[in-house]
Design a protein around this ligand. Sequence first.
Ligand code: 13P
Ligand code: SF4
Length: 324
Amino acid sequence: MKDSWVKKGFVDEPIDGNIDLVEGIRQLVKEKNAVILAHYYQDADIQDIADFVGDSLDLSRRAADTEAEIIVFAGVHFMAETAKILSPGKKVLIPDQMAGCSLADSCPPDEFASFRKKHPDHMVVTYVNTSAAIKALSDVCCTSTNALQIIQHIPENQKIIFAPDRNLGNYLNSLTGRNMLVWDGACHVHEEFSLEKILLLKNDYPEAKIIAHPECQGPIRVVADFIGSTSALLNFSITDKTRTYIVATESGILHQMKKANPDKLFIPAPPKDSTCACNDCKFMKLNNLKKIYNTLKYEWPEVTVPEDIRVLAEVPIRRMLEWS
Ligand code: 13P
Ligand code: SF4
């Protein structure tokens, strides 16, 4: 690998102008026995070339089951790490190494380890949006799809630490009355939605339903007609009879919503700061078709996890898959 690639975090090589990127990617996937897994928050063209598109839970299941030799993870780093933890024998590639996660970053392993030490009688439940090092300190993982199910699986008298998302943790506390100790982390996308602007939109579209991801702040969840993970929001948009929705989660999900419901109107919830596209995850949006082509061609950047951490981190992820 070249120094310039390492500096940028992705393969920055020109692509022959005669190559059709979509065709080129499909050909490399076939030649190399690879699979492309993409999260709903990816750009539409990436979702359309992926072998599988899903939410965090679907993607971890696919990563555990795939027969392919190479997994290209069109998502962010913690998702690719989860794939590597579950499939250590496979090569896991990420189109851009800088595709991190502000939520995962809000839970540094050394601080979390000392927090956990202070509460030795608590079971540790972590959202998958964490580094492998945090998973290695956890008893069970969850995603936004199965979080309630995982918490309800734990005996009522068992004290719980929930990390890292405070909004999801508080939401789960309100649903279960569990009074879990919640880590003070958050995602930069879901923290940014403006209640005021959402209510103004609702004034313009009184028939619209507000649908929100549980990573959103409390006041947004209070006005929401439906709260759910990305796949739950997508399913709701299909089964519900309304025709207009204000969608409070990352804007990438609108692609599948529009595809599944061509006659319905989906309006992305506006962020507080209208000068930026804050409802786009700046990490998810680092990926593009050119980087996917190059990552497949040069088989770099590869995601690895030190074996001692991987073995520990696999336990809570497998437990999550068993419990849900
Ligand atoms: P889900 O995929 O579980 O809906 O989570 C959304 C998210 O923030 C992923 O980064
Ligand atoms: Fe992380 Fe939020 Fe981006 Fe998901 S949307 S990857 S939680 S920063």
